[in-house]
Design a protein around this ligand. Structure first.
Ligand SMILES: NC(=O)C1=CN([C@@H]2O[C@H](COP(=O)(O)OP(=O)(O)OC[C@H]3O[C@@H](n4cnc5c(N)ncnc54)[C@H](O)[C@@H]3O)[C@@H](O)[C@H]2O)C=CC1
Ligand SMILES: N[C@@H](Cc1c[nH]c[nH+]1)C(=O)O
Ligand SMILES: [Zn+2]
Length: 435
């Protein structure tokens, strides 16, 4: 692990740019194209077949989890677990409460009022990953902003454990946060059922949430279909880039690398370091960490595609980060904030030795549903705004028609669109006559 050669500094940027993202694999896209085609052609029957094949769960009475089962799961939570979920949700709520589109009104011309109204989307579909680990925290990260935006219908889907329904802790978190609509279905077929509104699921206007390569590919493909649902952002298998100079603690760096490597065999971890001896220290610490890790096999597979890149200083490290555009960027250098100021492309940044990415994954406040596979060049994580839309409202008085009329008429003439000009001119003349 971290075994790819530590590259020469001169072409570090080019190398980071070209790093293969295992999560963006074409074979996942091809598989998903087949699944979506089957669901389009055969509807619920195909959804049920895939649910049976991948997760051993396609109950005759449908995928919806009875609210009583959610209530029972919530009651069964220990006080400590309940407290942890509620405390994390409070911090996420505090951070996200600052978000949301601002409604406003502006007098753009004399006699013209232009307004922005903000409304929530009608039906939000939340994807809670649970194939290899039941991501209780994702319930928090998606439900809280949806609720702050005032979304009237929130439907969550989560893959069941093999033949055994949704993990009770996921149901408990959903219920604790006030959700009552959860479906025991996941993967690309679950995303398809939610996007098309079949197999007893509502048709989501927009689908939110992270997932593995198949889930991410299904969201992207559905969003491209005419009439398909909107989606939040490309959020596939986890990634972390750690920038660490020789003064960093190799044990902490290794712990952070392992914390993402254990997510998925397609997770990617990248170390950006100043020297080969430091990379060796981290490599040894990773090896020691793997020894006690229950998910060592997954982490090892992820580490096998990971690498270290050598740089000559802060400026080059920032260039490498920008070229790679990591989902998570951890900076453990002499002045992490100064280095972070130079970085533009990263989903979430963690400064200094006391800030593990795990804090952001669970309870720090910012969202953990974040862009992967280079999408941080143009996307940020999930926000309240993503659950909202805006409508502008315009109202003009006769004075408005007089004030703005000549400008509109002139521009319509420039475009050769006479009917446009006339629609304005009629009003301007009427208002001038009345004056
Ligand atoms: N980018 C982000 O913000 C975040 C990303 N993640 C990532 O989410 C992912 C979660 O993945 P999983 O644990 O697998 O759960 P998941 O819920 O995303 O996917 C599991 C489902 O995938 C389907 N599946 C499994 N093997 C398949 C195959 N060969 N072909 C087609 N479909 C198949 C099955 O239906 C299974 O139930 C990880 O990659 C993790 O790193 C997690 C949290 C945040
Ligand atoms: N690290 C994950 C989120 C996570 C959930 N639970 C643990 N970690 C990601 O953002 O990619
Ligand atoms: Zn994580």
């Amino acid at each position: 692990m971290l075994h790819s050669v530590v590259w020469k500094t001169a072409d570090a940027r080019r190398r980071a740019d070209a790093l293969a993202r295992p999560s963006a694999r074409e074979d996942a896209e091809a598989t998903v194209a087949r699944i979506l085609a089957a669901v389009r052609e055969r509807g619920e029957a195909a959804v049920r077949e895939y649910a049976e094949r991948f997760d051993g769960w396609a109950p005759a009475d449908g995928f919806r989890v009875p609210v009583e089962e959610m209530d029972a799961a919530e009651r069964a939570l220990s006080d400590t677990d309940r407290r942890a979920i509620l405390d994390a949700a409070d911090a996420v709520r505090r951070f996200h409460a600052e978000q949301g589109y601002r409604a406003y009104s502006s007098q753009t011309w004399p006699g013209t009022t232009a307004e922005r109204r903000v409304t929530p989307i009608e039906t939000a579909g939340l994807y809670i990953p649970a194939g290899t680990a039941p991501l209780v925290s994702t319930v928090i990260m998606l439900a809280v902003p949806a609720q702050l935006a005032g979304v009237p219908r929130i439907a969550a889907i989560a893959p069941p454990r093999k033949g055994a329904g949704v993990e009770p802790t996921v149901l408990a978190a959903a219920r604790l946060l006030g959700l009552d609509e959860v479906y025991a279905i996941g993967g690309a077929h679950g995303i398809a059922a939610l996007g098309y509104g079949i197999a007893g699921l509502p048709k989501a206007d927009k689908i939110f949430g992270p997932g593995n390569a198949w889930v991410a590919a299904a969201k992207a493909a559905l969003a491209r279909e005419p009439g398909g649902p909107a989606v939040d952002l490309p959020a596939g298998p986890s990634e972390v880039m750690v920038i660490a100079d020789d003064g960093a603690d190799p044990e902490l760096v290794a712990a952070d690398l392992l914390s993402q490597a254990e997510h998925d065999v397609l997770a990617q971890v990248v170390l950006v370091a100043w020297s080969k001896p430091f990379v060796s220290l981290v490599r040894d610490a990773v090896e020691r960490g793997l020894a006690g890790l229950p998910r060592a096999q997954v982490a090892r597979a992820a580490l096998a595609t990971s690498c270290a890149i050598l740089v000559s200083g802060d400026a080059e490290a920032a260039e490498v980060a920008d070229a790679y555009a990591p989902e998570h960027l951890i900076i453990q250098t002499g002045d992490p904030r100064a280095l972070s100021d130079k970085v533009r492309n990263a989903g979430s940044i963690f400064l200094g030795p006391w800030t593990p990415e795990a804090a952001g994954d669970y309870a720090a406040g910012p969202n953990h549903a974040l862009p992967t596979a280079g999408a941080a060049r143009v996307h940020g994580g999930v926000t309240v705004e993503m659950f909202q839309k805006t409508t502008t409202v315009l109202e003009m008085s006769p004075e408005g028609a007089r004030a703005m009329g000549p400008t509109v008429e002139r521009l319509a003439a420039l475009e050769g669109l006479d009917a446009h000009g006339r629609a304005m001119a009629l009003r301007r003349r009427k208002s001038e006559a009345e004056e």
